[in-house]
Write a protein that binds this ligand. Sequence first.
Ligand SMILES: *[C@@H]1O[C@H](CO)[C@@H](O)[C@H](O)[C@H]1NC(C)=O
Ligand SMILES: *[C@@H]1O[C@H](CO)[C@@H](O)[C@H](O)[C@H]1NC(C)=O
Ligand SMILES: *[C@@H]1O[C@H](CO)[C@@H](O)[C@H](O)[C@H]1NC(C)=O
Ligand SMILES: *[C@@H]1O[C@H](CO)[C@@H](O)[C@H](O)[C@H]1NC(C)=O
Length: 240
Amino acid sequence: MFSLAIAILLLSSSCFAAGPLAVPLGTAANYAILAKAGITAGQKCAITGDIGVSPAAATSMTGFGLILSSDGTYSTSTQVKGKVYAADYASPTPARLTAAIGDMGTAYTNASTRGNPNYSELANGFIGGRTLTPGLYKWTSAVTINGSLTISGHATDTWIFQLAGTLNIADKQAVVLSGGASAANIVWAVAGAVTLGVNSAFEGIILGKTGITMQTNSTINGRLLAQTAVVLGMATVTGA
Ligand SMILES: *[C@@H]1O[C@H](CO)[C@@H](O)[C@H](O)[C@H]1NC(C)=O
Ligand SMILES: *[C@@H]1O[C@H](CO)[C@@H](O)[C@H](O)[C@H]1NC(C)=O
Ligand SMILES: *[C@@H]1O[C@H](CO)[C@@H](O)[C@H](O)[C@H]1NC(C)=O
Ligand SMILES: *[C@@H]1O[C@H](CO)[C@@H](O)[C@H](O)[C@H]1NC(C)=O
């Protein structure tokens, strides 16, 4: 009887999602990259998913070799498996982008104002080598991923990381998912600048209050949602 109760407890704990309520991304979730001020691409970027800028115009997207569609609502680029949108394209693109940018701001506010964190100032922000289980994490400082970081949990578990400072993953370091954890359920709400170092590998949705830079040969499985600009070296972005 007692062991049956334990078995049921174990079973139920693996069936129900752990971690905070999901951050409502709204239509911002339709974009692999969204930026207010512009997107700069180095050579040989590989982006999977749609990208967009607003209120900036198409001229704020450089390095893409954009080719405008015949109806003027989007562009294509050899570096993007998806469509490229800008605020000065033909209707309905401007209104859709305005809505997505609004949703991006709402999502940032939602994620960054959640209270009662499960972990505060973990490792003073130096989280390389750690394994992070589902929850709400808060830092008033910068966060540096100075070693492999493991995010461990089930497919429906959630993580919110609130950073008042910058986020930096050092060159050659990786965020690794284990136990079925999904990049779509990991949200980084960052007030400062975000930098993904050379040859680094990142996971999750980045809601940047300012800009996001991906250095040469860095990868992200997730989304870059920036309230200023996105700068890509030879980067790989896979929308999740
Ligand atoms: C954030 O989103 C959650 C989940 O949708 C919602 O329950 C909560 O009220 C929102 N919080 C704020 C401050 O908007
Ligand atoms: C995280 O904090 C929330 C809100 O205080 C709480 O309900 C939840 O049980 C905590 N989770 C963990 C793993 O401590
Ligand atoms: C990250 O940096 C902190 C502070 O310097 C240090 O204590 C920790 O050992 C470093 N972690 C790794 C994995 O290098
Ligand atoms: C880019 O990353 C891949 C995979 O980690 C590696 O094989 C390759 O050497 C890197 N290229 C450069 C220019 O660093």
